[in-house]
Design a protein around this ligand. Structure first.
Ligand code: NAD
Length: 491
């Protein structure tokens, strides 16, 4: 590890070089090949992880299959208890988890980790999975449904928030009695390995949770194609999601997908700008805009557009940018590839005729030169058909679009292929309710952005943002299948 690593991670044996978790053992890839994981702020190598292939995925799936019967038959209360213990260990190591995730993603501290809360919430659901009793035309015949696990599940996750995204899949899968193989992203796999280590220390039995690292086209592609995998979850880009769906279709297994977004923030004339502006700025600069739910479009009533853009420019100008370990609000983009993507969209926006009001450039200078830093950027004068209004940039770039009446605001908000998050800023409750109903998104917030502390708010997409819901009681049902049981009690 480099000097930037938290010493406790080494001292406590929480991370091992070039090792992944299969059947309770920490092992390299069968080929021995490894991938360097870089600190995006400095390009230093943090640690190596195995470069796995289909053979390693096969070993992990077999381990998960071997562990399945006994995990399925473990009392739901005990499964919940183990998840609580895992949550508790994550709470004890919250600082380590936060620092490691910051190091590999490049994100400054963003508040208390959601991981213990997700685990605690889901642990409490483990012994509340129920079916129904059914009416019967025959008095002596009893009908019921029971919810059963699928068996071995697969989970593929991206790099932008690896810890929360991993537990969003693993916790409900395990609570419902499934076993699982997780394939983290090659750019940021370390937090998942640390969480897996804590899971084993919590007593989650060998094989129940396996984490296999590697590239998408090698390890990733092998997971949904494996004949023993019974259900998949995928979080990532729509392009890869479509490939994973194809593999699931060939394998005839269900999946849920959490994909990209182009989330609108609709600002009505009566909005409280003092409240709205800091939230709008944070919704696109947190994690350097590399958030599926990032509020990347502001749709504002024309009459107040100038005032809002001025206030947002001032807020963006104050966003401090630097390496994660300095007390800053925004870090670098994760990789050179991601930087090229964002800079490319800055060129596209200019070429389309949008006006850069603030930012619009790569940052240079001593503290920026080793990382992938771009300035938080606002484009004004954006038209709904422009690419910067339609496509997911996945960077700190906000597009401002004007509207003249509510119908137009809704049409613009709904006028992309995505439908993940949305928010509406207004003091008028009637308009708030109307817009919440008419905007096509899996989550709509009024006078805030995101779930704002609501526990168990289902999260997931409409349209090309995906299907299926995480972070909620709904997610448990996603990891179960329904069986009808009919008992003829007649003599
Ligand atoms: P990505 O699709 O490139 O990669 C995601 C994962 O898929 C990685 O683990 C990768 O290794 C794997 N992968 C790549 N090719 C594969 C293949 N052929 N078969 C199987 N797996 C493969 O996405 P990314 O660049 O890591 O993440 C950014 C995207 O994720 C954005 O579009 C963002 O909106 C989305 N995202 C969505 C959510 C959500 O909850 N909706 C959350 C976070 C990120």
């Amino acid at each position: 590890m480099t000097t930037t690593a938290p010493e406790s991670l080494d001292a406590d044996g929480l991370l091992t070089d070039n090792a992944q978790l299969i059947a309770g053992d920490w092992v390299p890839a069968k080929t021995g090949e490894a991938i360097d994981v870089l600190n995006p702020a400095t390009q230093e190598v943090l640690l190596r992880v195995p470069r796995s292939s289909a053979a390693d995925i096969d070993a992990a799936v077999r381990a998960a299959d071997d562990a399945y019967g006994s995990w399925r038959d473990t009392s739901p209360a005990t499964r919940g208890e183990l998840l609580y213990r895992w949550a508790e260990l994550c709470r004890q190591h919250e600082q380590d988890i936060d620092t490691l995730e910051s190091m590999e993603v490049g994100r400054p501290h963003w508040g208390p980790s959601p991981i213990p809360k997700i685990l605690t919430f889901t642990a409490g659901l483990a012994d509340k999975i129920t079916g129904q009793t059914l009416p019967s035309a025959q008095p002596d015949v009893l009908g019921m449904t029971i919810r059963e696990p699928y068996g071995v599940c697969g989970s593929i996750i991206p790099w932008n928030a690896p810890g929360p995204l991993m537990v969003n899949d693993v916790a409900p899968a395990l609570a419902a009695g499934n076993t699982i193989v997780v394939k983290p992203a090659e750019d940021a796999p370390l937090t998942c390995l640390l969480l897996a280590k804590l899971a084993t220390r919590a007593g989650i039995p060998p094989g129940v949770l396996n984490v296999v690292t590697g590239y998408g086209g090698e390890a990733g592609a092998a997971l949904p194609a494996h004949p023993t995998v019974r259900r998949m979850s995928f979080t990532g880009s729509p392009e890869t999601g479509s490939k994973v769906m194809e593999a699931c279709a060939k394998n005839l297994i269900p999946l849920h997908v959490e994909l990209g977004g182009k989330s609108p923030q609709i600002v009505l004339r009566d909005a409280d700008l003092d409240r709205a502006v800091p939230t709008i700025a944070r919704a696109i600069t947190v994690n350097t805009g590399q958030v599926c739910a990032a509020g990347s479009r502001v749709i504002v009533e024309e009459g107040m557009r100038g005032k809002l853009v001025d206030a947002l420019s001032e807020a963006f100008g104050k966003v401090t940018v630097g390496p994660w370990y300095e007390k800053v609000q925004m870090g670098p983009l994760i990789s050179a590839k991601q930087e090229q993507r964002v800079l490319g969209y800055l060129d596209i926006g200019r070429a389309e005729g949008a006006e850069v009001v603030v930012g619009g450039n790569k940052l240079s200078g001593e503290k920026y030169d080793r990382g992938f830093f771009v300035a938080p950027t606002i484009f004004d004068g954006v038209k709904p058909e422009m690419r910067i209004a339609q496509e997911e940039i996945f960077g700190p770039v906000l597009s401002v679009l004007g509207y003249s009446d509510e119908d137009e605001a809704v049409a613009i908000a709904n006028g992309t292929k995505y439908g993940l998050n949305a928010c509406v800023w207004t003091k008028d409750v009637n308009r708030a309710v109307r817009l919440a109903r008419h905007v096509q998104a899996g989550q709509v917030s009024i006078n805030t952005f995101g779930s704002a502390g609501v526990i168990g708010a289902p999260f997931g997409g409409y349209k090309h943002s995906g299907f299926g819901r995480t972070m909620s009681a709904e997610s448990i049902n996603e990891y179960t299948q329904v069986k009808s049981v009919i008992i003829n009690g007649a003599d």
